[in-house]
Design a protein around this ligand. Structure first.
Ligand code: PA5
Length: 464
């Protein structure tokens, strides 16, 4: 395992007054131990089935691999229909582990079907998909744990209608359902229509589901070694066994963020220095925000906690957001994701001999440039008292991605325990869903519709 966590730049030792002291860490040792105890006590229970995902899926993995190899032989396109936790993981893992222009590669090099994730209901995007795929040569993986999410179910309705018109009684062969075993509509539809189905365990919530069939099937279809991903997660789980934060990377990161929140650092930036990891930051933003952003704690006290996640990309965002990080409010913790060895290299050739301020780059590699840019940005931020830590991974491969996802899930679970909140619910999302149902006149939402009708209308005074 070559993932390490370096938090020097969170500490007073490197950061000065903005940093955390050793004494402060020590004061929180009991809190960290208790968070560890709580998370371990819940392992595999309640909504913590995700902690079993690296261990208990041998049969599922076998089925997924068999299904994936059939799909790879038979279909030209694989489309995921899902949203939130049912889409962000597949996007993150695909981007991390496949060729940057995978879909554009000739079939001989690509080896698997083209891969799309449609995680929105923008009609332009949906229609645009039909301009680039032939649905008759496509398999659609409908992923929804609740089996009831409006966005995903509308996509399903559109696609299945289209498939039936084109393929008649063979339409069902083009849909794979990934859903809960008992709840919701999709499982019922799957049984009625005869869709191939993969089950999301009840105890695995959307944003913790990438290492379940939600993420494993899409990954296997594009040729990612899912067994290695799970092995990475298992090895990371072992690294997170200690109750002492100094020996447990996820616990240390959760504690550092917890103390930072108490210091008023309510923004968590994730900034990978690798395009391949760009969507890991997206996935993490959901994990961190939806899990920790809560109004009440477990005792019913109003706490309004959570850090606002911000996604950035090095070196690109050095030319946009980094100015703010250096000179704006001291309200951020920056997580750098550093890659030791990129999977390919590009030398900057000789040229511009008469322009020394360009020529100094010649003979170096883009790899060196990327790494030096990270080190320089990190140095400068630290010098200015800006809290940051680095998760370093030797290389981006299936094993390390599995480990990284698991590390971040553990960090989130520990942080939830430290904040004494339920990291696995999302009551704040429900209000918006109910209002949308009311707008559609859905049965059972009449009271909500009435409440919305009697809400203050927009005043013209504030419309220009
Ligand atoms: O993390 C979560 O639970 C959510 O983001 C869900 O994944 C998202 O709302 C989609 O839900 P479902 O899979 O039920 O369609």
């Amino acid at each position: 395992m070559s993932i390490t966590v370096n938090y020097n730049n969170m500490m007073k030792y490197a950061l000065g007054d903005q940093g955390i002291t050793d004494a402060e860490l020590k004061e929180h040792d009991i809190l960290a131990q208790s968070a560890h105890f709580q998370v371990e006590a819940g392992r595999g229970r309640g909504m913590q089935g995700w902690m079993d995902s690296p261990y208990d899926q041998a049969d599922v993995v076998k089925e997924i691999k068999a299904s994936a190899s059939r799909i790879r032989r038979k279909f030209e396109n694989f489309v995921v229909l899902g949203i939130g936790g049912s889409a962000l993981g597949p996007i993150a893992v695909f981007t991390a582990l496949k060729h940057y222009y995978y879909n554009e590669l000739p079939k001989k090099l690509r080896k698997g079907p083209r891969f799309y994730v449609i995680d929105n209901v923008d009609p332009e995007r949906m229609n645009a998909l039909f301009d680039v795929i032939n649905v008759e040569k496509t398999v659609f993986n409908v992923i929804t744990k609740s089996g009831a999410t409006s966005e995903t179910m509308s996509q399903y309705l559109i696609i299945y209608d289209m498939l039936k018109q084109k393929l008649g009684d063979k339409a069902h062969e083009h849909i794979i359902a990934t859903t809960s075993e008992n709840k919701g509509n999709l499982i019922k539809l799957a049984k009625e229509e005869g869709f191939e189905t993969f089950i999301i365990p009840e105890s695995v919530g959307g944003r913790f589901s990438e290492l379940s069939p939600v993420g494993l099937l899409p990954a296997a279809v594009v040729g990612i070694d899912i067994s290695k991903m799970l092995k990475g997660a298992r090895d990371m789980d072992r690294k997170c066994k200690s109750k002492y934060f100094a020996k447990n990377p996820a616990l240390a990161l959760a504690l550092l963020q917890y103390i930072s929140m108490k210091h008023g650092k309510n923004i968590s930036v994730m900034m990978p220095y690798a395009d391949s990891l760009k969507y890991i930051a997206d996935w993490y933003a959901q994990l961190w925000a939806e899990s920790l952003g809560k109004e009440s704690d477990k005792n019913g006290n109003v706490v309004n906690v959570g850090q606002t996640p911000v996604k950035a990309l090095g070196a690109t965002d050095q030319h946009s957001q980094v100015q703010l990080y250096n000179e704006g409010p001291f309200d951020k913790v920056i997580t750098f994701l550093e890659v030791g060895n990129f999977r390919s290299e590009r030398v900057i050739p000789q040229g511009c001999e008469n322009f020394p301020n360009v020529n100094f780059l010649c003979g170096h590699t883009l790899n060196e440039l990327m790494t030096n840019e990270l080190h320089a940005t990190r140095y400068n931020l630290t010098r200015r008292g800006r809290a940051n830590y680095t998760i370093y991974m030797d290389t981006v491969d299936a094993y390390h991605i599995g480990a990284l996802l698991y590390l971040l899930q553990m960090q989130t679970a520990y942080a939830g325990a430290m904040l004494n909140i339920d990291a696995y619910n999302q009551p704040g999302v429900e209000g918006g869903k109910d209002a949308a149902y009311a707008l559609f006149g859905r049965q059972g939402y009449e009271a909500k519709a009435e409440e919305m009708r009697s809400a203050k209308p927009d005043s013209d005074k504030y419309i220009i």
